[in-house]
Design a protein around this ligand. Structure first.
Ligand SMILES: Nc1nc2c(ncn2[C@@H]2O[C@H](COP(=O)(O)OP(=O)(O)OP(=O)(O)O)[C@@H](O)[C@H]2O)c(=O)[nH]1
Ligand SMILES: [Mg+2]
Ligand SMILES: [Zn+2]
Length: 413
């Protein structure tokens, strides 16, 4: 594969089995990579002060190598950690500290970063990361072990395609996937793939499909559900609106559900490798091993990702759980006793809703289970520990406070 080569070996001048097609876009401007005017303005603030820094977006994480697309080509940085950029000079010190004072963080796919090209054979480094508008994090669950670190999955994503196979729909998994997405600050949609394999797809495919869609909707209140075939492209038309206007979408899901197949379908060419699934249990073989950001020919950006085996929830996911189970929280405050434990107390609104079929017992059980899991996370965690996720939550909360302050100010004019 021929890529324009640069003068240092760290830059991406070698092929990569998983990333054919990228070289076409080698020097495409950052606009094709989802650059927005606010991001561009932040970049300008920084490069005005230090013109040696190159703005870019992280397009791939491959072991310890982070690939960054800058307007002039792809750079490979070895640096694993970088500082958050301070982006507002008028911020008071304490405000700035609140936003940035949690030390260096790892760059992840989708991050907007500033690269300092290495001089005389030195490696290129990612020096700064712009504040993120969304960050998806999962707790890595080590085989049989409790503890595990947090893994950053993607940043600055507008919509997450939560992908499951229509032939192996798993509602319990979907609930966890939705908590993960709601917690990230981006918006989920559910995609059921492989509809061409549904048993009666020939004569009466629509019935099987709409039944599945309904089933998915019942565990994903307020979330759009689409049934598609990544192979034939059937049903994929409406997905274009999620990448319109330069928006960024990441696909997540178990191995073998058809993420890369759908990516290829939406790209209009085979850019990602796809793999067979095991006949015995329909599991995939973890074909995709790197997270890869791909600019779509018609604008917008897709991020393909490796299959996630287990989705460990991180501390601070209460809001995300509330969102995922929004139909349950509607009954809160409606029980006879204010401190109702929703067990077998008289006048329990939740028990009544379950009894007359307005609420699914299985949903309430999952809700309870996840609440317990998260409480466990919280008490286990050192309260002073600042994980990436918690830091991210603080930033989001801060920008929300700022937004409402701006709104108040403009309303009082
Ligand atoms: N019939 C049919 N097969 C599909 C569809 N989507 C994917 N497949 C098949 O399912 C298998 C796995 O697809 P991939 O796209 O590699 O799955 P993935 O989610 O990217 O898997 P990982 O990269 O391992 O996480 C391949 O054999 C695909 O051909 C579909 O819509 N219809
Ligand atoms: Mg894949
Ligand atoms: Zn109750």
């Amino acid at each position: 594969m021929n890529r324009p080569s640069h003068d240092t070996p760290q830059r991406s001048d070698q092929g990569d089995a998983n990333t054919p097609g990228i070289e076409i876009q080698q020097s495409a401007s950052l606009d094709h990579y989802g650059l927005t005017e606010p991001v561009s303005a932040l970049f300008r603030q920084i490069t005005d002060r230090d013109p040696a820094l190159l703005p870019g977006r992280v397009v791939r994480i491959d072991g310890i190598t982070t690939s960054v697309h800058t307007g002039e080509g792809e750079y490979r940085a070895v640096s694993n950690f970088a500082a958050f950029a301070s982006t507002n000079e008028s911020e008071s010190n304490s405000e700035r500290d609140e936003a940035t004072n949690f030390g260096p963080t790892q760059p992840t796919v989708g991050d907007w970063v500033l690269v300092r090209p290495g001089q005389s054979g030195e490696p290129d480094t990612i020096e700064l990361i712009l504040p993120r508008t969304s960050l998806m994090v999962r707790k890595r669950v080590m085989r049989g072990k409790e503890q595990g670190d947090e893994q950053l999955l993607a940043a600055n994503v507008d919509t997450v395609f939560v992908v499951q196979s229509a032939t192996y729909f798993n509602p319990g998994r979907l609930e966890r996937e939705l908590v993960l997405v709601w917690g990230s600050g981006s918006v989920p949609i559910v995609i059921l793939t492989k509809t061409d394999l549904l048993p009666d797809a020939d004569e009466n495919g629509t019935a099987a499909r709409s039944e599945l869609v309904q089933q998915a909707e019942s565990v994903a209140p307020g979330v759009d559900v689409f049934a598609v075939s990544g192979i034939t492209g059937d049903g994929t038309g409406p997905l274009g609106r999620f990448t319109a206007g330069g928006k960024t979408v990441v696909l997540i899901g178990a191995s073998g559900v058809g993420k890369s197949t759908l990516v290829n379908q939406l790209m209009g060419e085979d850019v990602m490798d796809t793999g067979e699934i095991r006949q015995a249990d329909a599991r995939g073989r973890h074909t995709t091993t790197t997270r890869q950001l791909l600019p779509l020919p018609g604008g917008g950006v897709l991020i393909d990702s490796p299959g996630i085996r287990t989705i460990g929830l991180v501390a601070g996911s209460e809001e995300a759980i509330a969102r995922t189970f929004s139909e349950i929280e509607e009954y809160f405050g409606m029980c006879k006793f204010r401190n109702c434990s929703h067990g077998d107390e008289p006048g329990c609104a939740i028990a009544e809703a379950i009894a007359d079929g307005r609420l699914l017992q299985s949903r309430f059980d999952s809700y309870r289970r996840m609440q317990r899991e998260i409480q466990h996370e919280e008490t286990k965690n050192d309260p002073t520990a600042k994980t990436d996720h918690q830091a991210h939550m603080r930033i989001l909360a801060k920008s929300q406070r700022q937004k409402s302050r701006l709104k108040r100010d403009s309303e009082s004019d």
